[in-house]
Design a protein around this ligand. Structure first.
Ligand SMILES: Cc1ncc(COP(=O)(O)O)c(C=O)c1O
Length: 399
């Protein structure tokens, strides 16, 4: 037995989050893809069954009020809020991340004053997840702005009197690099521009501190580290001081001050409700609500999750260095904790085939074109023993 194998056993017995694994449906597969689709929480099937059979099947239309369906977007937003450092009443759940990026980017340009105030440029993180870039381009065309792609490290120099909004990914989906959200948000504010952060790869994995760091707007998905299930609804955060001026480009009837007034003219609701559009996707939304219950366990906190995430990724990097022949892979994820999300990305020319073999051998990560092997570490359910095994199997499949 290797030294690392034994160390993993010791780390697992000291792990404060080890018992949380029992709250998820897992098997012998080493699941390192929770940064794409989180595992199924054990309480979700029962909740979905109740929502379908009793709330829908028996109560039918009464559930909009009696089962709390109508207020679910704000109620669930308040469950996500403490995980991303937001006060209550600032987050609304609904629609996809892409749709929320659209609301946020157009809303940000409007908050900044837009071309009428000389602010006609939207800066977008050059390595952004594609959907954000596509939507920013369309938002720019609609608002009379242009988009400039900038490396996140160069955002402070790129900011100026023309900057309306800056759209950045908190953790880069490919490399796993964690951006300096406090520093960049401060620089964006100082330039009179509006920040929009995509939290897809950070929420539920590390502290975000939206209120504390003066973030203006943020969006994120709930199917990765929040384990909400395939296609679970995303969310939109609007800073308290912007809520009154937030002007959504999708003012559906659900965001009206009096939705059942059925008025022909639009009057926006106050608070987070303003970010709603149409009828919420109740089945997915209530599955997500059940999935978020794990965060109310006394042994679960964002700080504990972050500490374990760093320990897992450190240990994986150490195992990879020990097992994989030198030069076979290049580590893309930063070594510094302050710059690392909850994933490890390794580069090699045959990454697509290697990942296929790894998955067949029971270690599930994913491949991101053209040459990245991506391993996501969900501290709520992953062990150090699985981490060591993943590196061992990877080394075998690479040789
Ligand atoms: C960083 C990031 N932004 C946006 C998206 C797209 O989200 P959606 O499919 O919910 O629109 C993803 C999906 O993986 C993502 O990783």
């Amino acid at each position: 037995m290797s030294d690392l194998y034994e160390r993993a056993a010791g780390l697992d017995s000291a792990d404060q989050l080890a018992a949380v694994r029992g709250d998820f449906v897992l098997d012998d597969v080493v699941y390192l893809d929770g940064n794409s689709l989180g595992a199924l929480p054990v309480n979700v099937p029962g909740r979905v069954e109740d929502v379908v059979r009793r709330q829908w099947g028996e109560l039918r239309i009464r559930s909009w009020t009696e089962s709390g369906w109508w207020t679910a977007p704000e109620r669930i937003g308040d469950l996500i809020a403490p995980l991303v450092g937001a006060g209550a009443g600032r987050i609304v759940v609904g629609d996809s991340t892409s749709v929320n990026v659209f609301k946020a980017v157009v809303g940000a340009v409007r908050l900044a004053g837009g071309p009428g105030a000389g602010r006609d440029e939207i800066l977008v993180d050059a390595s952004t997840f594609p959907t954000d870039g596509y939507i920013a381009e369309s938002a720019a065309r609609m608002t009379g702005c242009t988009v400039r792609a900038v490396d996140p490290a160069e955002v402070p120099d790129a900011l100026g009197a023309r900057t309306a909004a800056v759209l950045s990914n908190h953790v880069d989906y490919r490399s796993g690099r964690l951006q300096d959200l406090p520093g960049l948000s401060a620089a964006i504010r100082a330039a009179g521009a509006v920040s929009v952060w995509d939290l897809c790869h950070s929420a539920g994995a590390l502290p975000v501190g939206l209120d504390e760091h003066g973030v203006d707007l943020a969006v994120g998905c709930t199917y990765k580290f929040l384990n909400g299930g395939p296609g679970a609804p995303a969310y939109l955060y609007v800073r308290a001081e912007h809520q009154e001026r937030f002007d959504s480009p999708l003012p559906g009837w659900n965001s009206h001050a009096e939705p059942f007034g059925m008025r022909s003219s639009y009057e926006p609701a106050d608070g987070a409700v303003r970010g709603r559009v149409g009828t919420p996707d109740i089945l997915s939304m209530l599955a997500l609500e059940a999935a978020l219950e794990v965060w109310s366990r006394p042994d679960v906190s964002v700080a504990a999750v972050r500490a374990k995430s760093l320990a897992l990724t450190d240990f994986f990097l150490e195992c990879v260095a020990a097992y994989v022949p030198e030069g076979r892979v290049e580590v893309v994820t930063p070594a510094a904790h302050a710059e690392r999300g909850s994933q490890v990305a390794l580069r090699c020319p045959d990454a697509g085939e290697v990942m296929g073999r790894l998955i067949a051998a029971g270690v599930v990560g994913d491949f991101r074109a053209p040459d990245v092997l991506r391993f996501g570490f969900t501290p709520l359910y992953l062990s150090f023993a699985e981490t060591e095994k993943a590196a061992r199997v990877l080394a075998r499949e690479l040789s």
